[in-house]
Design a protein around this ligand. Structure first.
Ligand SMILES: Nc1ncnc2c1ncn2[C@@H]1O[C@H](COP(=O)(O)OP(=O)(O)OP(=O)(O)O)[C@@H](O)[C@H]1O
Ligand SMILES: [Mg+2]
Length: 197
């Protein structure tokens, strides 16, 4: 988090994030849900927590949501679903990044992503910690994951113990893009000035 600009996101409660970085929530087998618009720093914070947990030698697994669901669909195809599910269910800290980004590639009569996430969260709930990020409002998870009731059941399990953070602020990506544009604009002016006799 050394590179994180707290002033850029004034509505984000620094104390809550620092408390999470202490990893007490992993010890207590609690959950974490970070929501907010694109570019607001959700994955940045999640990855900082992952790194910290690795440093402290917790068993950690990190994945984007689409990759996790794809891995389990592959398990349905080759008969390794239960083994793969166990591998996602076991670690003391599982970080599922970017729920809502990317296309979930369900085929034929395969279970929905909602079913897969529900099963996984149900196995983990109360035993080990799970942290998720999403750019979607919680009310939109059902549509994205393909089953409103199962998405609600998955979220209900999270709601029981999860720390909730909603980052209500601007996109740092856009901020960087604007900064780069300004800098390159200035550089062109400076180049022109340098050429003058
Ligand atoms: N407050 C901040 N200070 C410094 N860098 C930041 C800050 N917020 C975000 N960034 C950087 O901006 C980029 C975008 O942030 P990040 O990927 O965390 O956004 P996100 O909320 O996960 O967006 P998305 O919903 O699109 O996945 C990253 O390179 C991240 O390191
Ligand atoms: Mg992200």
């Amino acid at each position: 988090m050394a590179a994180f600009d707290w002033n850029f996101q004034p509505k984000l409660d620094r104390r809550t994030v620092e408390e999470l970085l202490s990893l007490a929530f992993v010890e207590r087998a609690e959950d974490l849900l970070i929501t907010g618009k694109t570019g607001t720093g959700k994955s940045h914070i999640l990855q900082a927590i992952a790194l910290k947990a690795c440093e402290q030698e917790w068993a950690v697994r990190y994945s984007r949501c689409v990759d996790l669901v794809d891995d389990l669909y592959a398990g349905l195809a080759d008969g390794s679903y239960n083994r793969r599910m166990q591998r996602w269910a076991r670690p003391a800290l599982l970080l599922i990044d970017d729920v809502g980004l990317g296309q979930l590639k369900r085929q034929g009569d395969e279970p929905t992503a909602a079913h897969i996430l529900y099963t996984l969260l149900d196995k983990r709930h109360g035993k080990v910690a799970t942290a998720l990020t999403s750019n979607l409002k919680l009310s939109a998870w059902g549509k994205y994951l393909g089953d409103a009731s199962l998405a609600a059941a998955a979220l209900d399990r999270l709601a029981a113990t999860a720390t909730r953070i909603d980052i209500d602020g601007p996109s740092y990506r856009q901020h960087l893009a604007r900064k780069r544009a300004e800098e390159s604009g200035r550089a062109i002016v400076q180049d022109g000035e340098a050429e003058e006799p």
